[in-house]
Design a protein around this ligand. Structure first.
Ligand code: FPP
Length: 263
């Protein structure tokens, strides 16, 4: 009897969720879908703690959400989705959590890449990848090579990433070009920087989502978010659903973006 009741309430919840998703899908203007959405996926640890589970259980639950959000982003025709999976600062976490996370990235990528490829997704890992384990580097290289010609959603996963380090790496590349006399220092402009970031020429994210309620940028895409719209939700990443993503897009479309101008 208890089980029947549980199943019934779950079905009712799913029906009402589907209705809310349809509501937002209808409200969303197809002409104003952000080209680039970036997400700081925060709250896995708190999600696990609330359930008296180890932190890695939160990260594991988080991978399932990654799958769903990639699907909905592709469905909406978002062109770039950039997800913050591991920062250079995250190495300071306990060794056991770091190695479990690295194992999870490897496993998830190896498992999902076929489906990503079939869905025409182009996978790109950004960050100081040469500092990752040989095994993970190989999985990443394989995934990037397999999907490099795909023309659908461009999925950037930031691993061992830091916005400041990206700028340092960009400056180093530019300095080398100057050294080789391929570039005149006086000609360096915004375009030069954009073309030497980890994903050369990518448009800035119009929308930056942060789950887990914190109000900070955490060293993510520091150059690229100059005029991004920031959307923060208290929802923890493992609880983040299609409906939350749709709501973020809908609310983004209501924002008036002035880029420092007046109108
Ligand atoms: C932040 O939550 C989350 C991370 C450091 C890891 C994010 C990883 C995933 C979502 C898993 C898989 C992702 C990919 C792309 C394969 P936190 O641990 O800081 O949470 P807390 O603030 O509640 O402690």
């Amino acid at each position: 009897m208890v089980n029947v009741f549980k199943r019934l309430t779950k079905s009712l919840r799913l029906i009402s969720l589907k209705k809310s998703e349809d509501f937002f899908l209808k409200q969303i203007n197809d002409e104003k879908i952000p080209v680039h959405v970036a997400i700081i996926m925060d709250g896995n640890g708190r999600w696990a703690k609330a359930r008296r589970l180890p932190r890695i259980a939160g990260h594991r639950a988080g991978t399932k959400v990654v799958h769903q959000i990639v699907e909905v982003a592709a469905e909406l025709d978002v062109k770039y989705l950039t997800l913050y999976a591991f920062s250079v600062e995250n190495w300071q976490r306990p060794k056991s959590e770091v190695s479990a996370l690295m194992g999870l990235f490897d496993k998830m990528l190896a498992k999902e890449i076929k489906e990503l490829h079939e869905s025409n997704v182009k996978f790109i890992a950004i960050g100081r990848l040469n500092e990752l384990s040989q095994r993970l580097q190989k999985t990443i290289e394989k995934a990037m090579r397999l999907t490099e010609k795909n023309t659908g959603l461009i999925l950037n996963i930031a691993i061992n990433y830091s916005g400041r380090v990206e700028i340092i790496d960009c400056v180093k590349q530019i300095a080398k070009k100057v050294d080789r006399k391929e570039l005149e220092p006086d000609k360096i402009n915004e375009e030069t920087i954009i073309n030497n970031l980890y994903v050369p020429g990518a448009p800035d994210p119009e929308l930056l989502i942060r789950t887990g309620g914190e109000r900070r940028v955490s060293n993510f895409l520091l150059w690229q978010i100059a005029y991004s719209e920031f959307w923060i939700t208290p929802v923890l990443w493992p609880d983040f659903k299609k409906i939350n993503f749709l709501k973020a897009i809908y609310e983004f479309q209501l924002r008036e973006r002035r880029f420092g101008g007046l109108q």
